[in-house]
Design a protein. Sequence first.
Lengths: 109, 115
Amino acid sequence: TQLLEQSPQFLSIQEGENLTVYCNSSSVFSSLQWYRQEPGEGPVLLVTVVTGGEVKKLKRLTFQFGDARKDSSLHITAAQPGDTGLYLCGSSNTGKLIFGQGTTLQVKP
Amino acid sequence: DAGVIQSPRHEVTEMGQEVTLRCKPISGHNSLFWYRQTMMRGLELLIYFNNNVPIDDSGMPEDRFSAKMPNASFSTLKIQPSEPRDSAVYFCASSLTGHTNYGYTFGSGTRLTVV
């Protein structure tokens, strides 16, 4: 069973700061997805990365897939309070989406 | 489309009672997933269906849990009898098989409290 490890588990920063969260596995990902979950709601898909070395941007969010497809990162530039939430990476190598434990991000105004 | 619809949003029940959670997936999606989320264990996959057929139920904690999908537009997750340790948020998600890049669409969840 593929295990996904996310780090850090918790991150509390001030508005305007930059941050990076990581998702790692001992196995190769066929593809990897990043989700954001806000309190009281289900996770919402942000992006899917498929190709090793791929970089995708979504406004202030930059997603990178490692060359070996075993790791991924999410970088947020100039974080805002609206970015607060739980960030989850997930992989569906086996046809079912398995998630890491998530990174809880708090952005203080 | 209204998205994945789950009911109820909140459920409080006494230990030993039967609990039934309901899910209506997005029309046209042929895969349906039930997840459980707790602080300790994160988001765990319980069971998933493809074309209404259960494919993998290895995540179902024990025989007290059962899930059905009688048709493409409805699924239930039943716990009988319920126990306090079943308290969690239960999510249903749906997707279109073979279109992994579009991801899963999650419902808003059912917060279950067993007292």
